[in-house]
Write a protein that binds this ligand. Structure first.
Ligand code: DAH
Length: 342
């Protein structure tokens, strides 16, 4: 029996040292020390022993039990510690790894310049007006003194949505917002209206079927051409610096009288003439003029009391001048290598 007990201890220790899982330890505890375990089944046979042998074997059995118990507990502590260590290792963050770069977007150059222009006009007390991109013939053309057969319509061919009596179309100019504003507001009016416009043009370095304009309109008593000049000069000086020079050239628009086009001295050559300004020394920026009395009257504004000026500038052109961009298509291609320069 003594040998059996020692054998059990030896086997138990061997199995314990090979054990790598806490769950398996429980099984070993049951196998060796449990009620139906190996040690118990030997102890059950104690009755067969002689009176001398019984206390000796009893003592040994207790020692074996205590040793196995101790070995089990030691193993449990060791397994728990290594489980904890591997949990910590698996959850730890290696702060020596290089981080992932987060690419942060930024404003498109068109939005940047538009925001600057908005800020400048808001500083001069203008409100921002919004108008529909899908509009009707009346607001885009007729109310702006362009009746159905007016030849100037040919320069602004657009996309028609519905060809009914009430022609619905994509606006070709933000000037339509002038009409919407004057129909709903009484003078004094002082607004700008930035937005998209559409024309049935083929794409090239200076044309796109979709582009952006900023319309301006001021209507009040005693508004004169000099107010228009002062306002535009203030805008351009704030945008391009005090040295910039504007040129007002007579022109014709059906909705203004008198009308003009406004050019800025070439950013590139300072007026001498270069490829950017096509040797002109100046670059055309916008159309403007004094609001035609017919347009005012059509919107219910008494032209004998009120007068106004209006202008419409092409945002793409302003951006291209600002950043010396020579091809309008670059603004729409969404090439990050281009856009991240601004
Ligand atoms: N709408 C004109 C265009 O697209 C630009 C323009 C000219 C707007 C004169 C105006 C203006 O408000 O008064 O060519």
């Amino acid at each position: 029996m003594k040998e059996q007990l020692l054998k059990i201890e030896e086997l138990a220790k061997a199995e314990l040292s090979a054990c790598t899982e806490i769950k398996a330890l429980d099984d070993l505890r049951i196998k060796y020390l449990g009620k139906k375990g190996e040690l118990t089944s030997i102890l059950k046979q104690m009755g067969k022993l002689s009176a001398e042998e019984r206390p000796v074997i009893g003592q040994l059995a207790n020692k074996v039990r205590a040793d196995i118990e101790e070995a089990l507990n030691e193993k449990l502590t060791a397994l728990k510690a290594s489980a904890q260590a591997s949990k910590i290792a698996s959850e730890s963050i290696d702060i020596t790894l290089p981080g992932k770069t987060q690419t942060i977007g930024k404003l498109h150059p068109l939005s940047k310049v538009e925001n600057e222009i908005r800020d400048i006009f808001m500083g001069m007390g203008f409100d921002i007006a919004d108008g529909p991109e899908v509009d009707d013939d009346y607001h885009v053309f007729e109310a702006l003194n362009l009746p159905p057969d007016h030849p100037a319509r040919d320069t602004q061919d657009t996309f028609y949505i519905k060809d009914t009596n009430e022609r619905i179309l994509l606006r070709t100019q933000t000037s339509s917002v002038q009409v919407h504003v004057m129909e709903t507001q009484k003078p004094p009016i002082r607004i700008i209206s930035p937005g998209r416009v559409y024309r049935s043009d083929a794409v090239d370095a200076t044309h796109s079927p979709l582009f952006h304009q900023i319309e301006g309109l001021v209507v009040d008593k005693g508004i004169k051409m000099s107010d228009l000049k002062g306002t535009l000069e203030m805008l351009m000086k704030k945008l391009y610096g005090n040295e910039c020079k504007l040129r007002f050239r007579p022109h014709h628009f059906p909705f203004t009288e008198p009308s003009c086009e406004v050019d800025i001295m070439c950013f590139n050559c300072g007026g001498k003439g270069c490829s950017m300004c096509k040797d002109e020394g100046y670059i055309e920026l916008l159309g403007a003029g004094m609001v035609h009395p017919k347009v005012l009257e059509g919107c219910g504004i008494d032209s004998s009391v009120y007068s106004g000026f209006a202008f419409g500038l092409g945002l793409e052109r302003m951006v291209m001048g600002r950043y010396s961009i020579n091809d309008l298509r670059l603004l729409y291609e969404n090439d990050v290598r281009f856009l991240e320069q601004f």
